[in-house]
Design a protein around this ligand. Structure first.
Ligand SMILES: [Zn+2]
Length: 87
């Protein structure tokens, strides 16, 4: 069973990575011309958000869990299913 709490960590790490790449590209080439790394970073961040929306769901009732912070959900707020999963 996929653990939505782990997916949330992966999403947040990827968002950070994407923002860091964008920041590095701005630092390397300035803000006047768009560096390819900037675009890659933005894509990684957006991809991570899409990944989160698709995967951070209750495995039982498939409803969207919160994406905002790293606090893990112990129980699904909708169906009450325990989410602390065995890997
Ligand atoms: Zn549920």
């Amino acid at each position: 069973m996929r653990n939505p709490n782990h997916c949330r960590y992966i999403m947040l790490i990827l968002i950070m990575l994407g923002l860091m790449l964008s920041g590095i590209s701005g630092w390397i080439s300035g803000v006047e011309n768009l560096h390819p790394l900037f675009i890659i970073g933005i894509f990684i961040s957006f991809g991570a958000i899409i990944f989160g929306v698709l995967t951070i769901r209750c495995p039982i009732c498939q409803r969207q869990l919160h994406l905002k912070d790293i606090t893990p959900d112990d129980f699904c707020p909708f169906c009450g299913e325990k989410l602390k999963a065995d890997l």
